[in-house]
Each structure stands twice: as structure tokens, then as C-alpha cells.
Design a binder for this molecule. Structure first.
Ligand SMILES: Cc1cc2nc3c(=O)[nH]c(=O)nc-3n(C[C@H](O)[C@H](O)[C@H](O)COP(=O)(O)OP(=O)(O)OC[C@H]3O[C@@H](n4cnc5c(N)ncnc54)[C@H](O)[C@@H]3O)c2cc1C
Length: 458
């Protein structure tokens, strides 16, 4: 390490520095049991402390990798020997909740679930939601511009934040803690850090946008045979539910069978032989009338033949059980190391795209197991492929099968997880040389010595 441990210890405050075994004892990621490879972990408590630490690292050319909840799925938080981890785990205060302005001001290390719960207590809601809610942090959500389960209604993390404070590589504090919905006083600088995966600055605080807590939540699981019918169902539901459709998640048959396998002791809510399973949710403002209307819209889907079977959740527990199926992504790890994908494409292209992908994977790995599920309403599919090993060579072949057909149809190699290390070799399929060059120039301007998350994204 280029910065001395005693200096870091002084900058981080009491108990703020971990080294040696305390570092090695930590896993590199929520699904990655390898120990953290960095030399030390510094755990500041506030923005000023982050600023002093980065100023020192900048001066001495010390590489810094920011850690939030370590739930990122593209290796963006991986470290190498010699790196310093800057963890936001002690920056976890909810500083203010403004009920009138419907904003919450938080430090970057607050867990998403803690934010959601604090908002609910005030009769409000923070609408970002994803399966990793109990572990991921607001800083990580913003740094990856996380998507999740309600993008179709509320947009991605970017659209749910009004202000961001970030520290640049040289220690400059760039505080754009805006509280207003409208602010066109020149360029919106906070956007530079949203989705930048820790490469342009360390996010230290944020002003989050809250909404009124919905009065009703209606959830259904529908069995649908063809993908064409799934797509028509999306339009039917969106039209029928009058702007309240908040989730439209689809599980293909193989995924549904995996997460309802008899040995898991789960009672499948619907027969296991249908082509697709759509988890559909509406959040509305009328506790009495909304469930009835929801039932009418679902009933019409059944009557018209778009759906062939359906179950509507009658309680919070039933709702959670339906979501648990969609969130049981870890079951895909049971068959061996999973190779996971998060692609984005036009809904109209999905059928052809998936047929091509299946053909390519079957040709290269006849014994593969492949599961497809995801936020179809957002054009976002998750594909998990298991072929027994995930060596670099195998991974590359699988990636070629998945990404090959994507470029021609203008799809994206990353819908919501980011680029990190894992998707870096494929970024050129979704971004032009001019775009990549502009990203490089931005990096060189904000982090001229390249100390922040070196080697990631570009
Ligand atoms: C079960 C599960 C479900 C998931 N579901 C979804 C989903 O539906 N949608 C979705 O978009 N993603 C999903 N994810 C991945 C998602 O990107 C992360 O869960 C989350 O947004 C990352 O937050 P984190 O605090 O864990 O960040 P980390 O994993 O710690 O870091 C992720 C990246 O952000 C950087 N970073 C972290 N904190 C900061 C900061 N304060 N300032 C600057 N850079 C920072 C890191 O350096 C790294 O590059 C899921 C992950 C899991 C495990």
C-alpha cells in the first residue's frame, strides 16, 4: 500500500481501520466466498473523513475501491492486493425525513430496506425495490443505477434521487444535495455519479424522493402459454389498471419448475407445465375499490384466453410467497457455478432472440441448464446458464452465445447490473467507440491519476 496504515487510521477515526486477518475474514461479495484481496479496509463516518482519506490517496497514488453491501453482480467491488477498500458501513445515518417535501436525506451506507421501512413509518414510500434490499446500500444502488421490481412504474434509481453528495478522487466535496423536483440551473452534476460504479467519485450522501404510501397492493400470478400472449397481457394489464401497474415479472417454465421443485417443500401456486408465469402487481389509491377492479382485469385476461390460469394473493403472506418464487434466484446456483446475464432488448425482439440463444447454447453445451426470468415489462431478461464449470474459456463461450445476437438488434449487455469487471470485455457491443472515448475523457478529468476503482468499466 502506498498510504501508511497509521495515517489512514488517524483519518478514519477510532475503530475505522481494518487490516490483516480482519480483512481476510470478509468475503469478497454476497455470493463470492473468496476473501477480500485488498490490504486494508477504511471505514469513515462522514463526508469530511472520506474527503481527507481520498485527498491523501490521490496525493500518493493509492488505489481505492468503494464497498457498499457487496451485492453487486458484475465484480465491480472486487479488489487486488495493494488496494484500499473504502467501506461505507459506518455511514449509515438517516439524517432527515421531510414529510411535506417528501424527501429523505441519508448517508450512503444506509441499507435500502432501512430506507423503505423509515419511509413506511412516515406513511410514505421509497419505491426502489430489489431482492438484495436487506444487504445493499443506497450508495451502491446509486453507483449501479439499480433497477429492480418497480421500474415499469417509477423508473430506475436515477429517477428516485433528487440530490447526491460525492467526493472526487482528489478529495473535493461536490455537494449537489438538491431537494427539488425541478432544478435546471445548468447541468445536473449528480448524474455523473449515478451508474458510475465507483469510478468517478465516492457517493457519501443522497436526497431520496419519496411518494405517498399506496393504499392498496394487488398481486397475481398468471400462467400464460406463449410469449406473444405475455406481451399482449402486458398491454392489457397496463391499459386496464390505469397507470397503477407496478411490476410485470416473468418466469419461464424451467425457472418456475426449479423454484417449485418438490424437494424444496414449496406448494406450487399454479400447475408447473405452463410456458410462462407472470407476476403482476398494482399499487393504487383506493383500498376498497382497487382489489375488485384488479380482479376484473385479471378475469378479463382469463376470459380472453391471454392467461390460462391465475391466482390472486389474498394476504400479505400470500403476496410474499409469490414474490419469494421470483426472488429465489439462488436456486440457480444449486446445479453448479451459474453464469448470469442481465440483457436488455426490445420486447418485440425477445422471441427471436431467445430462440437464437437457445440454439447457440445447446450447440456448444448440449447438457446445459438454462433459466430465463426477469423484468419483462422493462425489456430486461435475466438468463442464467449452468454448464458444470465457469472457467474463463467456458464463460467466454457462453457469453458469445448470449451476446452474439444482441448487438444486431440494438440490445444492451447490461440492463441494470452495470459493467464492473465481468461485462467490461463486451461493453463495445452496446456503446460506440465515441461513447467509450467520452467515458475515458470524463474519467481522466475527474480522476486524473486513476485511483478510483481502477480497471473497472472501461
Ligand atoms: C439477490 C439479489 C438481487 C438483485 N436484484 C437486483 C435487481 O433487481 N436490480 C438491480 O439493478 N440489481 C439487482 N441486484 C444487484 C444490485 O446492483 C445490487 O444489489 C446493488 O445495487 C448494489 O448495492 P451494494 O451496496 O451492494 O453495492 P456493492 O456491491 O458494494 O458495490 C457495487 C458497485 O458500486 C460501487 N459503490 C458502492 N457504494 C458506493 C458509493 N457509496 N460510492 C461510489 N461507488 C459505490 C462499488 O465500488 C461497486 O462498483 C441484485 C443483487 C442480489 C444479490
Amino acid at each position: 500500500m502506498k498510504v501508511s496504515l497509521s495515517e489512514l487510521s488517524a483519518l478514519a477515526g477510532e475503530g475505522g481501520l481494518l487490516e490483516g486477518e480482519s480483512v481476510r475474514a470478509r468475503a469478497a461479495g454476497i455470493w463470492n466466498p473468496d476473501p477480500i484481496a485488498a490490504d486494508a479496509i477504511v471505514r469513515p463516518r462522514d463526508t469530511q473523513s472520506v474527503s481527507r482519506i481520498l485527498a491523501s490517496c490521490h496525493e500518493q497514488g493509492q488505489a481505492v475501491v468503494t464497498h457498499g453491501g457487496l451485492t453487486g453482480l458484475v465484480g465491480g467491488a472486487l479488489t487486488r492486493p495493494g488496494d484500499l477498500v473504502l467501506s461505507t458501513e459506518r455511514m449509515n445515518a438517516i439524517e432527515d425525513l421531510d414529510e411535506t417535501g417528501r424527501t429523505m436525506t441519508v448517508q450512503a451506507g444506509v441499507r435500502l430496506q432501512a430506507v423503505q421501512e423509515a419511509a413506511l413509518e412516515a406513511g410514505l414510500e421509497f419505491t426502489l425495490d430489489l431482492g438484495a434490499r436487506g444487504s445493499c446500500t443506497i450508495g451502491g444502488n446509486l453507483a449501479t443505477n439499480a433497477g429492480g421490481n418497480r421500474v415499469i412504474r417509477y423508473g430506475m434509481a436515477r429517477e428516485q434521487v433528487l440530490g447526491v453528495e460525492a467526493v472526487l478522487a482528489d478529495g473535493t466535496v461536490l455537494s449537489s444535495m438538491n431537494h427539488m423536483l425541478k432544478n435546471n440551473a445548468a447541468l445536473d452534476l449528480k448524474q455523473l455519479f449515478i451508474g458510475s460504479e465507483g469510478t468517478l467519485g465516492v457517493i457519501t450522501r443522497a436526497v431520496l424522493r419519496l411518494r405517498e404510501r399506496p393504499a392498496s397492493c394487488c398481486t397475481a400470478l398468471l400462467a400464460v402459454e406463449s410469449l406473444d400472449d405475455v406481451i399482449q397481457l402486458l398491454r392489457h394489464a397496463d391499459r386496464g389498471l390505469g397507470g397503477t401497474l407496478s411490476a410485470f415479472e416473468v418466469m419461464w417454465r424451467d425457472y418456475f419448475r426449479l423454484v417449485t421443485a418438490p424437494e424444496l417443500g414449496v406448494t406450487p401456486p399454479l400447475g408447473r407445465d405452463h410456458g410462462h408465469y407472470v407476476l403482476l402487481e398494482a399499487l393504487g389509491g383506493n383500498e376498497e375499490a382497487d382489489p375488485e377492479h384488479f380482479e376484473t382485469v385479471m378475469g378479463a385476461a382469463l376470459e380472453s384466453g391471454l392467461a390460462v390460469d391465475a391466482v390472486i394473493a389474498n394476504s400479505g403472506r400470500e403476496r410474499e410467497a409469490l414474490w419469494a418464487l421470483r426472488d429465489a434466484v439462488e436456486r440457480t446456483h444449486d446445479a453448479g457455478p451459474p453464469i448470469t446475464f442481465d440483457v436488455s432488448l426490445r420486447i418485440a425482439d425477445m422471441q427471436d432472440y431467445l430462440s437464437q440463444v437457445r440454439r447457440r447454447i445447446d450447440a456448444a453445451f448440449p447438457d446445459n441448464q438454462t433459466w430465463v426470468f426477469g423484468h419483462l415489462g422493462d425489456g430486461n431478461l435475466h438468463i442464467v446458464v449452468s454448464v458444470g464449470d465457469d472457467s474463463d474459456e467456458t464463460r467466454h463461450k457462453v457469453e458469445e452465445a448470449i451476446y452474439g445476437p444482441l448487438q444486431a438488434i440494438g440490445g444492451s449487455v447490461s440492463a441494470e447490473h452495470g459493467i464492473g469487471l465481468e461485462k467490461k470485455p463486451w461493453l463495445h457491443l452496446s456503446r460506440s467507440p465515441e461513447e467509450i472515448e467520452t467515458l475515458r475523457r470524463l474519467k481522466a478529468t475527474l480522476d486524473p491519476k486513476g485511483i478510483l476503482n481502477p480497471g473497472k468499466v472501461i
